[in-house]
Design a protein around this ligand. Sequence first.
Ligand SMILES: [Zn+2]
Length: 225
Amino acid sequence: MVSALVIAISLTSVSTSANGSALLSSESHPPNPTRSPVTYRLRLRRAHSVETLDVIYRRGNEYLASATRELNHFLRGYRTGEDGSYDVREFDLLYLLMNKLHRPNGVIEVLCGYRSPRTNAYIRAAKPARGAAENSLHIQSKAVDIRVAGVSTERLRNAAVSLHMGGVGYYPEARFVHVDVGPVRQWTLEAGRVEIVHAGGAMYGAKSSGRQSSSAADADAAAGQ
Ligand SMILES: [Zn+2]
């Protein structure tokens, strides 16, 4: 309930109207019942193909079923071609992230969306350095790995962290950021090791820095990447 409330508040605070102006409820801009609802649009491109998607997935508080189907298909597993069934909060997260970056019309490059349990097991076995979690949120259709052209991986990570909407994984060498709508947490994967940054300074172990470094295999379950 708490996380749902936080999301609702953050959506309200950054929602923009079709012409890009902030929605205000001050006396100078009284609510106008005839005004059309805010539209939420995403522009996506798959990293390893020419496939793109430009879709309005939400109007006001209504998530559009046909657009959700299109997004689920677009974010399908890259090995199996299987569609996931995305948590719509992940779409809002991407939308808000692009607003945070002041690129509401920017294109998000998707490296990985839904991942079938079989694909995840393959990645864990064949590419342990990637640190895929056994219970990856990609399997649950709650995570996407992304880049944004013209935005550094670090800036993208910082913007995602500032949203406090879920997990953020930082992959500086592979130049992408994992964003999910699971529990709020962060980690970095560099030189084959996962460093978990615990929210609010809480941590595993006893290091006062609030950071813990361990092998990818040891840390993946905590990161849930
Ligand atoms: Zn990921």
